[in-house]
Design a protein around this ligand. Structure first.
Ligand SMILES: Cc1cc2nc3c(=O)[nH]c(=O)nc-3n(C[C@H](O)[C@H](O)[C@H](O)COP(=O)(O)OP(=O)(O)OC[C@H]3O[C@@H](n4cnc5c(N)ncnc54)[C@H](O)[C@@H]3O)c2cc1C
Length: 476
């Protein structure tokens, strides 16, 4: 089956009838019509539709190596530097459709699975590892253009070093039993963004495993028996794109994933019962370089959008003559150009790995992933500093349709915009940085690729520093 359209995606997810709970109630009926999900599912559908538009189709799709069908470019296993460029252009074309607000647009997980499939040689011959299942799953999702969510971490019960769970009933999901058909999983995992609105869920222990039963990787359909997605409250403010320009379209939802005795068939198990593999596969595989390349490419588009919002505020209330304002906008420009330079450097310094796939330079991408979680909260701060009371002078769409409009037109006009245009802009800035959706965005970018403290520590340990120490010794 060739690449999905938006309606393929929506009808597939509606048919699944996945067990999704929100506000203490299970969702019944079509999830694509539920207030918490209709906006994001429409935005996701728009991505799938875009890939079929004649003017961008060759950028978004490529011919499947096995069937010759058109499949999503984010599944392309890069073998050359040109392939990396193709992947980036596709990722950014999709990201521009939502200005980088959808962190888990399908290309994210497509890239994760492509990375794992490109590294299966490493699993070959290792105990309880099934590289053939990783490859089969990769081909299945690629050929059917299926959407995926993922969960990589255990519940936040006790983060002490060397904590061992002693509860009789499992809290962190673990393997409870095995038979000739598969493995039985019970317990919970965090935090599946877009949980419940994807075809499949990928569950991986990404390191820090102390107990064999907690170390595994597998993928199952979202509607598996015993699987539940428990949502936080929805941050969709309402349907109006005037009032909630971002949350009405891009609220991805985050879910706790409960495995209530879920049987995972062997053909869907990537590995289990092998702590060494559970603690090292993600680190040694192409996961980091491939996925960070996707993440940074999207973050560039998001930063362009943030700069657009910052400059629009500056122009609207004419504050561009002040040097501190110029300096704040320049902070965003510097990050934007730094991220663009880093992604290009990572591509130009890419190297073929042992399996023959082109890995963008991992260290360069790790630098970017250390910069962005720290700088993103500063973007929110800059928008608040520049927007000031404008961020609270934001009457709703209904107010503009009421008899009070005369007042609004008179008192909310701005130097370069009428009142309605000005309020639209400031509502956007508020939704980007201050609404429940906006503050979640800040938390998201802080923790998008894991704990920034651990990301820094990893870079510290892996970065080659010896040559510089030798230079100091030489001088002394
Ligand atoms: C909006 C959002 C969406 C997300 N979406 C997904 C998703 O789709 N899929 C998914 O798998 N995950 C997702 N996550 C989870 C994300 O990967 C984690 O938040 C991140 O890895 C940090 O883990 P944690 O939240 O458990 O923090 P914790 O590990 O509990 O950390 C809490 C605090 O303790 C400190 N700490 C804990 N352990 C250590 C240590 N060993 N050394 C030093 N300091 C430590 C941390 O630095 C931090 O300050 C999402 C998170 C957010 C906020």
């Amino acid at each position: 089956m060739p690449a999905s359209t938006g309606s393929d995606y929506i009808s597939r997810i509606d048919r699944l009838q996945t067990n999704v709970w929100i506000d203490g109630t299970p969702i019944t009926g079509k999830i694509s019509e539920h207030a918490a999900f209709k906006g994001i599912m429409k935005s996701q559908a728009a991505l799938y539709d875009l890939q079929h538009q004649p003017e961008v189709r060759e950028k978004m799709l490529y011919r499947s190596p096995t069937t010759g069908q058109w499949v999503g470019m984010s599944f392309l296993q890069p073998k050359t530097k040109e392939d990396l460029t193709k992947r980036r252009l596709m990722i950014q074309e999709w990201a521009r459709l939502n200005n980088g607000m959808m962190g888990r647009s399908p290309d994210y997980m497509n890239t994760v699975i492509t990375a794992l499939a490109s590294s299966v040689d490493w699993l070959k011959g290792k105990a309880s590892c099934f590289p053939e299942n990783v490859l089969a799953f990769y081909e299945y999702v690629r050929e059917n253009d299926l959407s995926m969510t993922h969960t990589f971490i255990d519940p936040q019960v006790n983060r002490k070093a060397f904590y061992f769970e002693e509860s009789e009933e499992p809290i962190a999901a673990k393997v409870m039993a095995k038979n000739e058909n598969g493995i039985l999983i019970k317990g919970a995992r965090l935090l599946a963004t877009q949980g419940g609105i994807t075809d499949e869920i990928v569950v991986i222990s990404s390191g820090g495993v102390h107990v064999e039963a907690n170390g595994f990787a597998f993928a199952i359909p979202s509607n598996c028996e015993g699987l539940r997605f428990v949502c936080r409250e929805s941050f969709v403010g309402g349907d109006s794109a005037f009032n909630y320009p971002l949350s009405s379209r891009y609220e991805e939802m985050d879910t706790i994933v409960v495995f209530d005795n879920v049987w995972v068939p062997w053909e869907r198990v990537f590995y289990c019962d092998n702590m060494a593999v559970a603690n090292s596969f993600m680190r040694t595989s192409a996961y980091l370089p491939f996925t960070l390349h996707q993440v940074v490419s999207r973050q560039i588009v998001k930063t362009e959008f943030i700069l657009g919002v910052v400059q629009s505020i500056i122009d609207t209330i004419q504050i561009g003559e002040y040097q501190h304002v110029q300096e704040k906008a320049t902070e965003v420009i510097v990050v934007l150009e730094t991220m663009k330079a880093l992604v290009l450097k990572a591509e130009s310094e890419a190297q073929l790995d042992e399996a023959g796939f082109m890995r963008p330079d991992q260290t360069t991408l790790q630098i970017a992933s250390n910069v962005y979680p720290r700088i993103y909260p500063r973007f929110a701060e800059i928008i608040q500093q520049l927007g000031a009371s404008g961020l609270m002078s934001i009457p709703t769409e209904k107010a503009f349709q009421s008899t009070i409009r005369k007042d609004l037109d008179q008192y909310l006009q701005a130097a370069s915009k009428n009142a309605e245009e000005r309020v639209k802009l400031f509502r956007l800035a508020w939704d980007l940085t201050m609404s429940a959706f906006g503050t979640r965005e800040t938390l998201y970018e802080r923790f998008f690729f894991g704990d920034p403290v651990k990301l820094a520590s990893q870079l510290y340990h892996e970065y080659e520093k010896e040559a510089f120490v030798k230079r100091v010794e030489k001088l002394m």
